[in-house]
Write a new protein. Sequence first.
Length: 317
Amino acid sequence: MDRKVVKIENAAFRCKEIPLTRKELRELFKFHIPCLCCGLEMMHPDEYTKILDDHLLVGKAYDVVKVLEPYERIMHPVERQVFNMFKGMAQKYPEMDFQQLLLLKKEIHELALVKIQSNIFNKISFYRRILPKKTARALRKLIIKTNDIIFDPKPHKPFSRRIFIHKLKQIVSNIENAKIREEIITIAKRLPRSSDEVCAFVVKNARKKSEIIALNLIHPSVGTFEHLMPKCLKGQNNSLNFALECTHCNNSRHHYPISYQIEENPYMPENAQYHFDKLISLCNKKLCKKEYVENLSKTLYNLSEGIIEADINNLYK
């Protein structure tokens, strides 16, 4: 379903002074802060930058695995599964790099991915029976072209989930029945992403350099500043409007409302409480400011339409 960005009254941003500078807020990543959205511990961005700048992930998989092992506990689920696969394969093929190892696994994972994709395309094709002829023809043409790509072992251009969904939205945009339109797009969004399925990660990353593959294992866990009110809606660019989220959750939200992020991540309210509990413990140690936590609590309550109602009573004990 297409999401409409609704501008909400900027009621929470009434703090006269900015509670934390960017530098002070960035320092909080040192203290194992859980992501506001997914609840997973985040990696300090400076640590990621150092690994990148020092080219620590260039070379044989056996050596790179040792560099990445300290970060295994904070990897996202798919990335952790792939990393465990690398650990086993690096023992067996110590002279290979990450790309070479993925290429060994690509064929079997590509078959698994195509099976999932083709099943979804078949479900979308079913709707041709009830669509207007012009729309049905356009949908048939898109599905045929897409099948040609995924069933070709060496396509001219690899399949792009994002482009497919974009074209599909254009085709179904004129369908009067909103329920059918929504159903078709919802099915299409079940197409695997590299962050959802190991097979999609393997196929997507097998054509990348070994160092980039290694970086992609930890990149989703890197801490970022999430704009609670999107910048495109004139959200402020300071800690009055910043929350700490991992790269994966920040990128997944785009400019959609918080309510959409909660819909996609049902445990976000619960994870947000863990986030607040950690911030409060830092406030008690004089490592964070009470005003930041208070403002964040009010802002999230307003922008989530009351869904995220954090308990911050321990802030005053």
